[in-house]
Each structure stands twice: as structure tokens, then as C-alpha cells.
Design a protein around this ligand. Structure first.
Ligand code: NAP
Length: 295
């Protein structure tokens, strides 16, 4: 048996084409073009690559983007002031602060400063809390992208054992909660989990977001499992790899995502989606709060 490879790159492309068509309609009908502002503090090389990608994606689909580069020693007060300006600007529908931030800046204060209507990354506490109750303004992009991949492949998680490896605030935890909203039986594993394999082997759907290359090997998965690899790791030789032994696990799984070309492009596409959604809401075209079960 060899798993079906879920082509996140192609699925994300189709989503971008749909977004582009929706934006063209919005511009023609209302004269409004969605706008995304990205704040980049300092010159972290990885952050620069991510931000460049986000700006290029915006251009492709017709979102107006604004990149605000601030020096690494910018004061927290100045950063908050910049966010306030963007919050008040009606041509900006999404505000994103690229993480990580330098140590002298308190991340929570920064994320909380973004008004919820423009929190397209979904990291603001209101959005985080909304996940628990099943209402949210913007679902966080990576778990949202994974959910879209599962939907695209017709993989229904209701009543199934889903194991999420990784419990970060931006990937693992929201992923687990979103799947719980879909009535999956969810187990969350992390660095302190004893004998990871005893949990992963029970998974009908295994979602891995730990940041550890080859953490998941074939002996750890059930035959026919769906395996979603969120990890992005750079090997010493420069290659990018996920958290799953792709070649080994694909012989046993029913579905698997590659790295690169799996979850990554979906994360980027969901940021565009959330920005469009935000602009639609200013026109009264979408409900302010979304029921997660309807996503
Ligand atoms: P993070 O904040 O470092 O969290 C990693 C999580 O994995 C933590 O909960 C950690 O446990 C757990 N973990 C670490 N080693 C483990 C092990 N050996 N066994 C079990 N659990 C372990 O990272 P993140 O931001 O969630 O990102 C995770 C990975 O996904 C990274 O490779 C990142 O680059 C990638 N990522 C990809 C996308 C995408 O679009 N594809 C988006 C975001 C992140 P503790 O909590 O106990 O430390």
C-alpha cells in the first residue's frame, strides 16, 4: 500500500484562484480592495522569507499589501503606536505582526493591541477563546489550512481518533480544539508525553507539529492512518524536511502530506482567505462571528 499524497500546493493554488475571483468581484461591485498590513521587526532571515512570501501572495490575488519594517531596537510604545494607526485605517482589513519579536517586546501586549476585526492571524485572545466555544472571528491559519486539506480530501474526523503531536499556542492547541469541534476524539501529545508511540499508533488521523525531523517513523503509525505533517525543519545540508519519515510512513498510511508542498502553502492561503473575509465583513457580506462547525 502506498498513501495518497495530499497536494497542498495544488489545493492552495485553487483556493488562491477563488480568492482572486472574489476580490475582482468585490472591487467591481463595491470599489473596495482588501488590504493587509505586515509589521516586521528586525532582520531575522526566516521572518524576512516568510514576509516576502506573504507580500507576493497578496500581489498574486489582488490584496493591497503594506510592509512596515521596524528596527530591532524599536520601542514597544512605538510598535503599539504603529498598530493603533493601522487599526484606525479603513483601507487595512488585516494586521499581522511577524513573530518572533525581540526579547524586549512583550508579545501578548502586541497581539492584544490588534483589533479583533483585523486579527487575521487569529492570535488575539478573543479569537483564541472563540475556538473553545465554537465561535471565532478568524481561525488561526495553520490549523485552518489543515482542516481545509482534510475537507478537500473528504476525510471526516467525526468519532475518529485524532492524535495531535505538538501543543503550541499557534498550531497544536488550536488544531486539537478545532478537531474537537468536529466531534473527533482528540489526544494531544507534547515533549513530556511518555512513550509517544503508544498514542500515535491509535490514531486514525495523526497531525504532527513538533519541529523534530523524523519524529514519526512507520512503526509508530496504524496501517491506513491519515498523516498530516506540519513540521518545517531545515537540515544541515539545507534541505527542508517535516517531522515525519515520509518515505517510510507513506508505505503504511492511507493519506500523507509532503514537506514542502503540504500544509505550508495552505497556511499562506488561509491568511489571504481571512483578509478577504475581513473585507467582506466591513461590507456586511459575512457574519462577524463564524461557527467553527460551519467552516
Ligand atoms: P513550538 O512552539 O516549538 O511547539 C512545538 C511543540 O511540539 C511543543 O508543544 C513541544 O512540546 C512539542 N514537541 C517538541 N518535541 C517533541 C517531541 N520530541 N515529542 C513530542 N512533542 C514534542 O513549534 P510550533 O510553532 O508549533 O511549530 C511546530 C512545527 O511546525 C515547526 O517545525 C514549525 O516550523 C512548523 N510550522 C509549520 C507551519 C506551516 O505552515 N507548515 C506553520 C507553523 C509552524 P512542549 O510544549 O512540551 O515543549
Amino acid at each position: 500500500m502506498s498513501a495518497r499524497i495530499i497536494d497542498g500546493k495544488a489545493i492552495a493554488k485553487a483556493i488562491r484562484q477563488q480568492i482572486q475571483a472574489d476580490i475582482e468581484r468585490m472591487v467591481a461591485r463595491h470599489g473596495v480592495r482588501p488590504g493587509l498590513a505586515v509589521i516586521l521587526v528586525g532582520d531575522n532571515p526566516a521572518s524576512q522569507v516568510y514576509v516576502r512570501g506573504k507580500i507576493a501572495d497578496c500581489k498574486e490575488v489582488g490584496i493591497r499589501s503594506e510592509l512596515i519594517k521596524l528596527p530591532i531596537d524599536v520601542t514597544q510604545a512605538e510598535l503599539l503606536r504603529r498598530i493603533d494607526t493601522l487599526n484606525a485605517d479603513p483601507s487595512v482589513h488585516g494586521v499581522l505582526v511577524q513573530l518572533p519579536l525581540p526579547a524586549h517586546i512583550e508579545i501578548r501586549s502586541v497581539l492584544e493591541r490588534i483589533v479583533i476585526e483585523k486579527d487575521v492571524d487569529g492570535f488575539q485572545l478573543y479569537n483564541v477563546g472563540g475556538l473553545i466555544t465554537g465561535d471565532t472571528v478568524f481561525p488561526p491559519c495553520t490549523p485552518y489550512g489543515v482542516q481545509k486539506l482534510l475537507d478537500h480530501e473528504g476525510i471526516d474526523v467525526e468519532g475518529r481518533n485524532v492524535v495531535v503531536v505538538g501543543a503550541s499556542n499557534i498550531v497544536g492547541k488550536p488544531m486539537a480544539v478545532m478537531l474537537l469541534q468536529r466531534n473527533a476524539t482528540v489526544t494531544i501529545c507534547h515533549d513530556k508525553t511518555r512513550d509517544l508511540a503508544q498514542f500515535t499508533i491509535l490514531a486514525d488521523v495523526l497531525i504532527v507539529a513538533a519541529g523534530v525531523p523524523r519524529l514519526i517513523v512507520p512503526q509508530m503509525i496504524r496501517k491506513g492512518a491519515v498523516v498530516i505533517d506540519v513540521g518545517i525543519n531545515r537540515l544541515p545540508d539545507g534541505r527542508i524536511t517535516g517531522d515525519v519519515d515520509f518515505e517510510g510512513v507513506r508505505q503504511k498510511a492511507s493519506y500523507i502530506t509532503p514537506v514542502p508542498g503540504g500544509v505550508g502553502p495552505m497556511t499562506r492561503a488561509m491568511l489571504l482567505h481571512n483578509t478577504l473575509l475581513s473585507a467582506e465583513r466591513t461590507l456586511g457580506e459575512q457574519p462577524k462571528s463564524l461557527k467553527l462547525s460551519a467552516l
